[in-house]
Write a protein that binds this ligand. Sequence first.
Ligand code: UD1
Ligand code: CA
Length: 454
Amino acid sequence: MKVTAVLLAAGQGTRMKSSLPKVLHLLCGKPMLWHVLEALKSATTEKPVVVVGYGAEEVTKYLGDAAQTVVQEPQLGTGHAAMQAESLLKGNTDYVIITYADMPLLRGETFQRLVETQRLNSGPFSLLTVVADDPRGFGRIVRKTDGTVDAIVEEYVATTEQQQIKELNVGAYCFKADWLWDALHRIPKNPKKGEYYLTDIVEIAVKDNLPVQAVVHDDFIETIGINTRVHLSEAEAAMRQRINREHMLSGVSMMDPASTYIEAGVKIGRDTTILPNTYIHGQTEIGEGNVIGPNTIIRETKIGNHCKILSSVLEGAVLEDDVDMGPFARLRKGAHLKSQVHMGNFGEVKDSTLHEGVKMGHFSYIGNATIGANTNIGAGTITANYDGEKKNPTEIGEDVFIGSDTMLIAPLKVGDGARTGAGAVVTKNVPEDTLVVGMPARAIRKLERKKKGK
Ligand code: UD1
Ligand code: CA
């Protein structure tokens, strides 16, 4: 049995007041569209079709090969949008799920339920509804006496009586494919707006005496549709709760989930504790038994087990096990801290590897360097890696003791077991097991000043 999803995403999203297509607005770090496609995976068997229009190029580029796309131009309503998928899907699938790309909270299980309902329905399609006090401008579901659906009435044409109906059209439908395409062509143009409404397909089935089933959903939150940025923030809060809940149920502790911001797709191992005001973004993977936060930002980073990270910022870094960081430490792209590294306050590491057991307690900058195991980096040590034109490497061996406030002028090598005295300015390679000291500043030549912008 082939089930294919068609996602309607051609609308501009005027009410968002944005130049970015609505479906590319982010929800917990991922575009709305990503969330819908994720949810649809478990309910479909084929690659989805996304109907694009406004910002088609941007949306298509984002999708890559995650979906097939078809352009709707001009955009003449949701029924007209659905028709665009016919050329790709006719004869190629048994069931078609049609849904709107601005409903990012709908879950995979919900789409599965919809498909299951339709498989048992002798009629041509089933749709998802929700009962709620706040209608939010949704279409109203009019039922027949036998319980099947008679019509969906859009809010702006609903009579006062119909406006009181509490059952609403969520915007997810599962159709028998061999019935759908012809029925779409029979949808009449709406006389008021000149558009073709997908919701009018109910009346086509009713005219042919075919039963339309409704799956009544009990979770209103899941059916939040996004038309404005206020809705977007509500959906963000709901999605964040959902993500945090899933992590907690799989063994992650959170002292205050309401102030814990974890993006979709982040992985966290058991017995890790996330403390308040912590942000975890992107493709970040965190192992077991770590304590992270409070006040920490982590992006695109891999963290092993049993690390402690306090009030720090980590981007594009790798940490192995038992690393102890912070408060106020910063890792930038390419920082690799091996096991048992200790990094104290006000340190910065970029494009560097710190081998096992390295200690840098206070106020240091390490860039484009490798630091051997068990080396101690004294307070205020700087790798002067940039000569104004290019970045130069620094290589420090094992068991080295770098004295406080040492300037390491790269390119430079410091051999195993060497020591530098406090305040040393090291300009030449240091052999193994050697102590170097001093070098007071003195004028050595006149500089030619470079003009800015040249
Ligand atoms: C729609 C439903 C309404 C339902 C509500 C739930 C219709 C006529 N109405 O209203 O019954 O309660 O969703 O959220 O279907 N789109 C296109 N091409 C178009 C027009 C729209 O692709 O020509 C896409 C939009 O990008 C959007 C989706 O279809 O993702 C829904 O369009 P929108 O204008 O948001 O419909 P609603 O007014 O919310
Ligand atoms: Ca909508």
